[in-house]
Design a protein around this ligand. Sequence first.
Ligand code: NDP
Ligand code: GDR
Length: 355
Amino acid sequence: MTQSKTALITGITGQDGAYLAHLLLDKGYVVHGVKRRSSSFNTGRIEDIYQDPHELDPRFTLHFGDMTDSTNLIRIMQETQPDEIYNLAAQSHVQVSFETPEYTANADGLGTLRLLEAIRILGLENKSRFYQASTSELYGLVQETPQRETTPFYPRSPYAVAKLYAYWIVVNYREAYGLHASNGILFNHESPLRGETFVTRKITRAVAAISLGRQDKLYLGNLDARRDWGHAREYVRGMWLMLQQDEPDDYVLATGTTTPVRNFVQWAFEDIGINLQWQGSGVDEKGIDADNGRVLVEVDPRYFRPTEVDILLGDAGKARQKLGWTHEISVRDLAREMVEADLLLLRQAAANGPA
Ligand code: NDP
Ligand code: GDR
């Protein structure tokens, strides 16, 4: 019998961490996750794996840890001796990074260095393969469309600058020390597990609440921004594929379709039977229910960013060729799945009453 592989996932309580943990457990891995101490529960997304500590799946273990704490990361790696490390932990909100630039640099940039150094300190260079959650935000002010692995970077936020450091330190450790370390340059990917303050989930939650009469209006920032949105479930498969290759490398994962925020809003309302029409422009633009004239969407400049990434569109040709990775779920179906999931959540919450 072949022995199970062991994986260590940082950021296991986040959207991607949850999907990846499920994928790896399904593949027979032993999975260790790093979770932060928090004053309230932060394991909601992995509740089905992590419930009563006395009934834990013996193949799944959580460790308290933080990307800003080197000794803690070294100890976790020493204890777990992972075959594969997926570094998904990050202060991942672009707008928040303008308010917490130093922390973002520490967790997202230096945090990556800490893990790579831990591999060296513990002599795991020939054992542990490393995946880094790099991002399409590296392209920022885009220099070429569509963006691919060879497109020059031009980061436009403290988050993207921190991730730029992480990208290059991964490349450097691969070249300098022969680590099996790969960057996945992932374009936006969403799901019903997406954090509530990212734009797609903010939209689908609000639309569900409006549909059930619990919210009047949705306030958004830049409606013209365009993103290449895919489904998180399909993207974590790409992460895993990168670590199954004989040679480490860097890969773009994207759908090859770009959509304005405005269209995503329109679709989400369509899914609850509302035909939204747009009036005005700039900060005065409004989304109006065509049937009764009710204003459902307004622009709030508070959500504008000091520097914006206007358009992202990825070319995943290399991942398709070398990894055999493709996406199947369209952004239109993604929007529908997210609206339906948020409607269900709200209905369940109402049925259960106050906690
Ligand atoms: P989430 O924001 O949903 O999850 C981030 C995870 O990191 C959470 O588990 C969070 O813990 C944890 N975390 C944050 N700060 C620290 C810290 N200092 N120490 C330890 N853990 C920490 O992100 P996603 O799942 O969406 O993304 C996963 C990774 O991929 C991130 O690195 C992100 O930057 C990157 N990425 C995401 C893309 C996307 O479209 N989703 C696209 C490209 C890259 P807690 O639950 O306690 O907050
Ligand atoms: P992004 O995702 O910045 O691309 O980073 P987000 O969903 O936050 O923004 C996408 C675009 O929508 C515009 N927008 C708004 N955004 C938010 N959050 N809230 C609003 O009200 C709003 N109105 C308009 C934004 O200006 C932006 O143009 C995500 C994160 O997951 C990163 O960690 C990851 O690296 C990248 O995707 C790829």
